[in-house]
Design a protein. Structure first.
Length: 184
């Protein structure tokens, strides 16, 4: 029975895997209190002793599971107080199992971030087009102002010439009238 505990845990884990993907991870090591005294005396830790009866799906069976062996490097002691199965058993290099809820949450958060980025990009594009339009209107206003001042200058020159011509014409008319009076 003690040797089959780990095998049963592996079977339960593989049947509970919802998405049936290849993200298989060994369940936590068997509690040292459930391992027989024969195995403790031989110097094997519980993970090594149980690895002979369980196999990772898709493996040949002769390959040891290094991740499980690295999870408990110390030999098991019978007086382990306050042992909680699975707490602190994962080694730093061991991958984490992503549940379907975590995967869905990850997908939702990713989509929200993508939409936020799209919104920021659209906002910046609109602001840039408004800025370009404002600059174009400012240039147009400046050109219009310059053209109006050129027009005012031209009108004032035309007024000056017209006043000069009018003075000349008035003088000529006056002289013509004086001559007529002289000859009449």
């Amino acid at each position: 029975m003690e040797e089959n505990v780990y095998q049963e845990a592996c079977n339960v884990y593989s049947t509970c895997n919802e998405d049936a993907s290849n993200d298989y991870e060994e369940p936590c090591a068997v509690s040292p209190s459930k391992v027989s005294a024969r195995k403790r005396a031989s110097g094997l830790n519980p993970a090594e002793g149980a690895s002979a009866s369980s196999k990772v799906p898709g493996s040949s069976g002769s390959e040891p599971n290094d991740k499980r062996q690295a999870a408990d490097p110390e030999p098991a002691s019978a007086e382990t107080a306050g042992y909680i199965p699975g707490v602190g058993m994962r080694s730093p290099g061991q991958s984490r199992v992503w549940t379907s809820a975590m995967l869905k949450t990850y997908a939702v958060v990713t989509m929200v971030l993508i939409f936020c980025l799209l919104g920021v990009t659209t906002f910046l594009a609109m602001k840039m087009s408004d800025l370009k339009l404002t600059l174009a209107l400012n240039k147009l206003d400046k050109k219009t102002t310059d053209d109006l001042s050129d027009l005012k200058l031209s009108v004032s020159k035309l007024d000056t010439k017209t006043a000069g011509i009018q003075a000349n014409v008035s003088g000529w008319i006056y002289r013509q009238q004086v001559r007529r009076k002289c000859f009449s």
